[in-house]
Design a protein around this ligand. Structure first.
Ligand SMILES: CCCCCCCCCCCCCCCCCCCCCCCCCC(=O)SCCNC(=O)CCNC(=O)[C@H](O)C(C)(C)COP(=O)(O)OP(=O)(O)OC[C@H]1O[C@@H](n2cnc3c(N)ncnc32)[C@H](O)[C@@H]1OP(=O)(O)O
Ligand SMILES: Cc1cc2nc3c(=O)[nH]c(=O)nc-3n(C[C@H](O)[C@H](O)[C@H](O)COP(=O)(O)OP(=O)(O)OC[C@H]3O[C@@H](n4cnc5c(N)ncnc54)[C@H](O)[C@@H]3O)c2cc1C
Length: 662
């Protein structure tokens, strides 16, 4: 066993706080940390889950290996009695080393849709077989022609009262289902989102359980054309698929009928809200916020550990080359991302709690908070994925050339994460959904209604009436987190107002509501972005008040200040325009940020250690806990398939003959 790299040892000795305390806080409690590690070690020590490096495998081999692992995973979850969704998720992440896998849609969307949208009788019929993996399902919504604008999806489900069946059809090329994970080869069922027709009338999108492959032979059923859509930017383990349905008949009982219903005679009963069909998307959006935190914290772990062991260039003449982590420019790249990773971890926990709280109310028949839940999940999903997506790439480049190697782990993190900006609601479109809610709230507040929840700041609009910047006291105390939260809040209020006024201005030019909306999209997206940024800063600050350990409190306070101040510098125009900040303060902020980088420097490695990714999960030569990066990179390269023979066959086939011809 090689000794620990001395640089990284020194980093750990210099930390001012106890990493275990912080890890416990991130997990929720010491007991939760213990249990998570226990679950992870079940996987890591399981010979069935030892795997070949996927980088050296073909796509088909990768799919094969993933299905093998997923099947074993389901067996073992059963054997170990792991049934808590959160624990299933730990186990699953560890088995697949953070990669997406063929059963994701079954576990994440098929089962969830059943749980939330099936009637009790339907749950009895479908849930147990689905839990036992006899039914393997996916969520088939997107079509070739439409992913975003789902009201225009073209697949139809027409009720036939004579047989009490629905007849499903994809009538056009653009109506072919396209993208669903696990659809191509793995699933034997799909929840298909289709336009419901009954008694000659269209009632919009509804969800149907459609068998697509024979339960015995796994052959596609009559009328079903199904397959894999081909290689992608990443997601190589996943058989994202296509599906064309031609006169496929399913029993009436296969329409999910917890809310909307079709009676045997074909009469239609409306749901209490027609957006309940969209519920599974809200769930996954809420989960993606936590995924942003994970992707970013993993990337930071890799880049910061590597920066602690990598020496390059000359800082002071005659002295040894410094750790690249000592360069201010390197710190400025990585520490704000580290701060964002912490912020998003807390936001992810909040989003998950909020989802469960409000879904609880919805299950009791109270739909009043659905709009806020939707707006929050949509906006925070977009806000956090955009930041994390860009941040992963910054981390990769911060590792220099070695970041480009697959064994750094960073390319896989990037290609696996980047579609979160697109799937489950394209980010710009999600920001516009949040803006729709914000503008509505703004108008309500104007009309004198008292708003509650995350938008309650819009009640304070009177305070925001325009006044000359010079006559207004500057609001920000750049050393006080509470004051920074206030500034973010006022910026959000201002940008919501700007967006609302833009809409108003457009409408006064007597164009349609829709054109006014389109002509204000830039302002609307910025308003949502500012709103989400405020929510994130606010939640980070609120988290600090829960921390009793003074050493941990101090280091997280530094990170929270860095997060807030760095965000101001990135958006300084907004803060200046709103009169929340003066020009001299801007350079004070830069100085303050530099001081914060120095404060964070001795704790940087400990702060990424606290995320507690074991080496198997991190899967990165550069991010290894022991810091022995060069040795293991050399070992990894030797295993490259091109090195199986000393002389590659291409030499004999092409180069050697060429030489004799010249
Ligand atoms: C016992 C055991 C327990 C067991 C437990 C078992 C369970 C589990 C166990 C295991 C757990 C382990 C898990 C493992 C997980 C694995 C990971 C998963 C990986 C997943 C990978 C995911 C891969 C990716 C999958 C995908 O990608 S799947 C496809 C996703 N596709 C999209 O996301 C389409 C976007 N497009 C739209 O969402 C709409 O098109 C559009 C733009 C909103 C316009 O919608 P439109 O209908 O036109 O509405 P508008 O007219 O604009 O608005 C009209 C009005 O409705 C409002 N409103 C719009 N929405 C909504 C909404 N939701 N909700 C509420 N309101 C809404 C709007 O606010 C407006 O309100 P108003 O202002 O009028 O008051
Ligand atoms: C890896 C991956 C896995 C997926 N898995 C599934 C799955 O399991 N099941 C499933 O059903 N789907 C799945 N999808 C599909 C995914 O949900 C859609 O791709 C997504 O909803 C975006 O829709 P789109 O592709 O139609 O993009 P488009 O809507 O065509 O977006 C293209 C551009 O148009 C812009 N745009 C569109 N509408 C507006 C608007 N109203 N205002 C302003 N700008 C607009 C967008 O911002 C974007 O820049 C998956 C996709 C990927 C990449």
């Amino acid at each position: 066993l090689a000794a620990m790299n001395p640089d990284i040892c020194r980093e750990r000795e210099n930390a001012t706080f106890n990493t275990e305390t912080l890890t416990n806080m991130l997990d929720g409690s010491a007991e939760k940390t213990r249990r998570r590690r226990e679950i992870e070690s079940l996987v890591i020590n399981d010979p069935d889950f030892q795997h070949d490096d996927p980088n050296f495998m073909s796509r088909s081999e990768r799919y094969d290996a993933a299905v093998k692992k997923s099947s074993q995973m389901i067996m073992k979850l059963r054997d170990y009695g792991i049934s808590d969704p959160e624990e299933i998720y730990f186990y699953k992440r560890c088995v697949h080393r953070g990669f997406s896998e063929p059963l994701d849609l079954h576990l994440g969307m098929f089962l969830t849709t059943l749980l939330n949208q099936a009637s009790p009788t339907q749950l009895d019929t479908f849930f147990t077989p689905a839990w036992n993996l006899e039914i393997v399902g996916t969520y088939a919504q997107t079509e070739l022609g439409h992913g975003t604008h789902i009201r225009k999806l073209e697949t139809t489900a027409t009720y036939d009262p004579s047989t009490q069946e629905f007849v499903l059809n994809c009538p056009t090329v653009s109506s072919i289902k396209w993208w669903p994970g696990g659809l191509g080869k793995t699933s034997n069922h799909a929840i298909v989102l289709a336009q419901l027709y009954t008694l000659g009338k269209c009632h919009g999108l509804h969800a149907f359980i459609v068998p697509i492959r024979c339960m015995k032979t796994h052959q596609p059923l009559p009328g079903v054309t199904v397959g894999d859509i081909g290689p992608k930017f990443g997601f190589e383990e996943v058989d994202n698929g296509y599906l064309k349905l031609e006169n496929v008949r399913i029993p009436r009982e296969n329409m999910l009928m917890k809310y909307a219903q079709v009676e045997p005679d074909g009469s239609y009963l409306k749901p209490p809200s027609d957006k309940l069909t969209y519920g599974t998307m809200v769930f996954i959006r809420a989960m993606i916020v936590g995924e942003s935190a994970r992707a970013l914290s993993k990337s930071c772990t890799i880049a910061i550990r590597y920066s602690a062991v990598r020496h390059q260039s000359e800082l002071r003449p005659g002295e040894p080359e410094p750790q690249i982590l000592d360069y201010q420019a390197q710190q400025y790249k990585l520490f704000p991302l580290l701060a964002a990773a912490y912020a998003f971890t807390f936001v992810g926990q909040y989003m998950s709690d909020t989802y469960h709280r409000i879904t609880g109310h919805i299950n009791q028949g109270d739909f009043s908070q659905l709009p806020e839940l939707h707006a929050l999940a949509a906006g925070l999903k977009a806000f956090t994925t955009w930041t994390a997506n860009a941040g992963i790439e910054v981390c990769r480049m911060a590792c220099g050339g070695h970041g480009y190697l697959c064994c750094s782990g960073l390319p896989d993190i990037y290609v696996t994460f980047t579609p979160t900006c697109t799937y489950e609601g394209e980010n710009t479109v999600m920001m516009l959904q949040t803006a729709r809610f914000l503008v509505k709230c703004y108008r309500q507040a104007r009309e004198g209604q008292q708003l509650s929840g995350t938008v309650s700041y819009l009640n304070e609009q009177q305070r925001l009436q325009p006044q000359p910047v010079s006559s207004r006291p500057t609001v920000v105390n750049i050393n006080d987190l509470a004051s920074l939260v206030e500034a973010y809040k006022l910026r959000a209020a201002k940008l919501v107002e700007v967006a609302a006024k833009s809409l108003q201005g457009e409408l006064q030019r007597s164009i349609s509501q829709e054109d006014a909306w389109n002509n204000s999209s830039i302002e609307l997206v910025r308003a949502s972005d500012a709103h989400c940024h405020y929510v994130v800063v606010e939640l980070f600050a609120a988290k600090l008040s829960e921390i009793s350990d003074t050493a941990v409190h101090s280091v997280l306070n530094t990170l929270a200040l860095l997060y807030a101040l760095h965000g101001i510098t990135l958006n300084s125009g907004d803060f200046l325009q709103a009169g929340l900040l003066s020009v001299p303060q801007l350079s004070q902020i830069t100085q303050r940020i530099k001081a914060l980088l120095v404060e964070i420097r001795p704790n940087a490695v400990a702060l990424v250690d606290s995320f507690d990714y074991n080496d198997e999960m991190l899967n990165s030569v550069l991010g290894r806990y022991d810091g022995n990066v060069y040795e293991s990179m050399f070992e990894w390269a030797k295993r490259s398939p091109l090195n199986r023979t000393e002389v590659h066959e291409s030499y004999y086939k092409y180069m050697k003959p060429l030489r004799s011809k010249l």
